[in-house]
Design a protein around this ligand. Structure first.
Ligand code: SER
Length: 595
């Protein structure tokens, strides 16, 4: 059974039991600063689990794309993935344990659905502790389905309690379902939940009975909910009898494209296999992030930083299997072909996905060349002095001067059987942050920067704002006026409505993410026609053939302008919108500051 068929059967099963199919949501959570990505199917549904009524009713079913990066270092083994799809059925204060468990068991064992052998199904329930009692209701629900006692395991909180990543919130005991692969037990205490591979976890029914408070206490919900999760990749690999998720159709095309590019085979040796898997997983995740409606770009902050790390690891593992030219856009093409029927936005954003991957790849290859030389220089010195530890200060120097991420230094060190003084690095990093913060305070608050330099910064910030407004509000945004002092910028533009708080936040975030990337500013002279051809923003008044100047900030904004601008934007400060108002019909005004 392929992934699409599994999804179809799952949705059909629950729709026929009065569930409404709802669409999956963005990978980038809205209104939830506590996590960077949607880490589970429940994430977008948290407000409903905590009490809001869902517009589609009290029984829901969906497929949700998810990203989990806590185990990023384990990717490359047979089962860890950073991107996966999760099937879920939901009771929003409707049915509870008995029904949820009965349906789970029916879907797993009925031959019209998964048709798994009942004798091979094992389940677990929460054994209880000082805070929450033994989950006898789930235990009894399994017994009443004639699941033998020997197949029901009572396990502690570490294994049978679900809590969303990164925050308190809706949580409760869960009941997990496993399939016995028939492999030998790894030891006398091998049981469902053991990682040896004998018991394959298929599904998790979570009974949302509590809301965990920020002080750590649990408040019982008035009416509980059900959240269930079945991982698509894992489940089909089990149904297809494959040893790993990478052998299913959800990876086949992607692995093939890496084989074509590298001229190597996925199975050549263990180390190549690991690199193939890392590239396949990470390009998929990166393409999904860039293909999302709320796409972020590689940067040094938040989601952008995770994206950057994923891309950079791919480049490094590409080198390990002999790929030394740009290849990520090509691998992304096979990701898009694999998923475009499920996620139409991937095809429509193909160009963006591929160009962002390539840009980051090109930039990183430059960094790598420089940093590699430096790293091997450090290594030679250590060898000469018979030392096996890279001092934290040295690792920080690689980071600060060569843009070499600490994770990369650690990986290279491991390959060369030495270690990095991570605590020393963290200390150097912290000191540096403090110093630059102090420096910034002095620069901005102490008035050392004169008004004219501040005005130039505001001018460059205005270009960033202009482009960010177009991206957030739409292509209709056109500049109607700009006014800059040493203390603030004011920008007037075409837009029919007041901006919402979210829109303002998104605009600020886009601008600040670009600042964090420290994009360079460049200027070119060209004719109006040429400027039009490269889609530079302008009113394009002027004579045919007239020469004009076009300022570009990275590849983010391109605008016809007389200047002046800063050379790169990393130091201009933090951008904040302080006011948004109407100036005339259809024209809005934003005031913003750099702090
Ligand atoms: N939230 C649970 C999980 O992610 C069930 O969906 O496993």
């Amino acid at each position: 059974m392929q992934g699409n068929e599994l999804k179809r059967r799952y949705i059909d099963f629950f729709v026929s039991r009065n569930h409404t199919e709802i669409s999956g949501k963005s990978l980038i959570p809205e209104n939830d600063p506590s996590v960077l990505f949607t880490t589970a199917g429940m994430h977008p549904l948290i407000p409903y689990l905590l009490g809001e009524n869902h517009p589609s009713g009290s029984r829901l079913v969906n497929v949700q794309k998810c990203i989990r990066t806590v185990d990023i270092e384990s990717v490359g083994d047979s089962s860890h993935l950073t991107f996966f799809e999760m099937l879920g059925n939901w009771s929003i204060r409707d049915y509870f344990k008995k029904e949820a468990i009965a349906w789970s068991y029916e879907f797993l064992t009925n031959k019209d659905f998964l048709g798994l052998n009942k004798n091979r199904i094992y389940v677990t329930v929460f054994e209880g502790d000082n805070d929450v009692p033994f989950d006898y209701e789930s235990y009894n629900a399994w017994l009443s389905l004639a699941v033998p006692k020997e197949h029901i395991f009572k396990l502690p909180r570490e294994e049978n309690w679900w809590q969303p990543a990164g925050r308190g919130g809706p949580c409760g005991p869960d009941s997990e379902m496993f399939y016995d692969t028939g492999a030998e037990k790894c030891g006398s205490d091998c049981r469902p939940g053991c990682f040896c591979g004998k018991y394959f976890e298929i599904w998790n029914d979570v009974f949302i009975e509590y809301n965990k408070q920020s002080d750590g206490s649990y408040v019982a919900l008035e009416t509980p909910c059900v959240d269930t999760g079945m991982g698509v990749e894992r489940t089909i690999s089990m149904l297809q009898g494959k040893k790993t998720v990478y052998e299913t159709e959800l990876f086949a095309g992607i692995i093939r494209s890496i084989e074509d590019i590298s001229g190597k085979k996925y199975r050549d040796d263990d180390s190549s296999t690991r690199s193939f898997r890392i590239i396949a997983d990470h390009v998929k995740t990166a393409a999904m992030i860039l293909g999302d409606g709320n796409a972020v770009r590689p940067s040094n902050l938040g989601q952008g930083y995770i994206l950057r790390r994923l891309i950079r690891r791919c480049v490094r593992h590409g080198l390990k299997i002999g790929i030394d030219s740009n290849f990520l856009a090509q691998v992304a093409e096979s990701v898009i072909r694999t998923y475009e029927s499920a996620y139409v936005e991937l095809a429509s954003r193909q160009e963006f996905i591929q160009s962002e991957l390539s840009l980051e790849e090109i930039q990183f290859r430059k960094t790598l060349n420089k940093g590699n030389k430096e790293f091997y220089g450090v290594l030679a010195d250590l060898n000469k002095n018979k030392k096996r530890l890279i001092p934290g200060q040295e690792a920080f120097h690689l980071y600060d001067t060569y843009g070499f991420p600490i994770e990369l230094t650690q990986e290279l060190a491991e390959e060369n059987n030495i270690t990095v003084d991570r605590a020393g690095f963290d200390e150097a990093y912290r000191r540096h942050q403090e110093i630059s913060k102090k420096g910034a305070d002095k620069t901005f608050k102490g008035g050392l920067v004169d008004d004219s330099l501040m005005s130039i910064r505001y001018h460059t910030a205005t270009h960033l704002l202009h482009e960010a407004l177009r991206r957030v509000l739409g292509e209709h945004v056109a500049q109607k006026g700009s006014n800059i002092t040493g203390d603030r910028l004011r920008f007037d533009f075409v837009h029919p409505r007041p901006m919402t708080d979210e829109e303002k936040k998104s605009v600020e975030k886009i601008v600040n993410d670009r600042i964090a990337e420290n994009l360079p500013v460049s200027v070119q002279t060209m004719t109006i026609e040429q400027a039009k051809n490269i889609n530079a923003r302008a009113l394009f008044e002027g004579k045919y053939g007239e020469q004009i100047r076009v300022y570009s900030i990275g590849n983010f904004s391109t605008e016809v302008c007389g200047g002046p601008h800063v050379e790169s934007i990393g130091d201009i400060g933090e951008f904040k919108i302080v006011k948004e108002q109407s100036v005339s019909r259809g024209i809005r005004r934003v005031r913003a500051v750099l702090t």
